[in-house]
Design a protein around this ligand. Structure first.
Ligand code: UT7
Length: 330
């Protein structure tokens, strides 16, 4: 039966390293606080005018090379991001132009930290249906240019990093394939993690007063988000395993969205999954939202932590609220 598999992976982080010590020079924070609360030691931030599609380009080229394909072989680009290069058109269109493949379908997914999980499930469905053969699935973010780098924004700013990850998803009849995806959302809690401006629901969309109030920076009720994360992550992982007549013990490698190392550890503890079956990169990347799963997956594969036949689970939770998981037989 036709399905889809990950045929190639790529990732890209900007060169500039921003340590916790660097942050403590710009706001009231400390390396100790950040490491204790989040596990993050450093993150990468862009320099100059660099958009999400610029970071996505090298990641996509590497994923295509690994898949043994040219950009012209692609049927569609699906781009997950909460930090699109510009208001419109979507970053998928901009990446398509940079890859030099006019004419193929493009789609942006705006599901924040869960963006890559949703994007992979959409690619899987297009391929399963027989409509398409090769789809580039990207998660890429530039957070740093949209953060409040002062003490006012410290609870949010210390968490986020820039980066990109990409997967070429191709049709297969083999055993290695995406087995299932579980997707959820709860828009009634949108306000616990959101970016309020510019907004079509405000007239004007952006004003000096809104800038002064910092509405153009993300706002987060951190502990409320944390509590929801440690509830939904384990539940959706169990759901996708049980739906496929498996249990958490059958997971060979869990790639959780890199929100906070404490969240990953609490999720692991509640599922009985230790560091030997989980891959984390947040210590060096920070939280790169939609990019975090493909970056971590690529790293885990490069490190030889995922073998043919392993059951790999990608799981995410974030703004929306949105949460979900993909189950893959590698
Ligand atoms: O990926 C998208 C989804 N996002 C998440 O999953 C994030 C989930 N939430 C979290 O990761 C955590 O809530 C944070 C890391 C954001 C915050 O950690 P926390 O343990 O929940 O701290 P808190 O917000 O309860 O703040 C504790 C204290 C406060 O001071 P007081 O009121 O106790 O005096 C904060 O003002 O820590 C203070 N604080 C900081 N201190 C130093 C907040 N941010 C900082 C900071 N440095 N950067």
């Amino acid at each position: 039966m036709r399905g889809s598999r990950i045929a190639g992976l790529g990732s890209f982080l900007p060169e500039r390293v921003v340590t916790n010590h660097d942050l403590s020079q710009w706001m009231e924070t400390s390396d100790e606080w950040i490491q204790q609360r989040t596990g993050i030691r450093e993150r990468r931030w862009v320099q100059g005018d660099v958009g999400a599609s610029d970071l996505a380009l090298p990641a996509s080229q590497d994923a295509l090379t690994e898949a043994g394909l040219e950009a012209s072989d692609l049927d569609m680009i699906i781009f997950a991001t909460l930090s699109p290069d510009i208001g419109f058109p979507g970053s998928s269109c901009l990446l398509q132009a940079k890859l030099g493949v006019p004419g193929i379908a493009t789609l942006d997914i705006r599901n924040q930290c869960t963006g890559f999980v949703y994007a992979l499930s959409v690619a899987d469905q297009f391929i399963r249906s027989g409509a398409m053969k090769h789809i580039l699935v990207v998660g890429a973010e530039v957070h740093s240019t949209g953060l409040d780098i002062s003490t006012r924004g410290r609870d949010v700013t210390v968490i986020f990093g820039d980066g990109a990850g990409a997967a070429v998803v191709s049709a297969t009849d083999g055993d290695a394939r995406v087995l299932d995806s579980a997707l959820h959302a709860d828009g009634s809690q949108a306000e616990i993690l959101m970016l309020g401006a510019p907004a079509s629901g405000r007239n004007p969309r952006l004003s000096h007063e809104m800038l002064d109030a910092g509405l153009h920076y993300p706002s987060m009720k951190g502990s409320a988000v944390f509590k929801q994360a440690v509830r939904h992550f384990p539940a959706v992982i169990r759901e996708v395993m049980e739906r496929n007549a498996m249990s958490v013990d059958d997971i060979g490698m869990l790639i959780p969205h890199q929100a906070n190392l404490r969240i990953s550890e609490m999720v692991g503890k509640s599922l009985g999954i230790g560091p030997d079956r989980m891959h984390n990169t947040i210590q060096w990347t920070g939280n790169t939202t939609a990019a975090s799963i493909p970056i971590a997956l690529h790293e885990a594969v490069k490190a030889g932590r995922i073998q043919s036949g392993d059951h790999v689970v990608l799981a995410a939770f974030g703004a929306g609220l949105t949460w979900g998981a993909n189950l893959i037989r590698w």
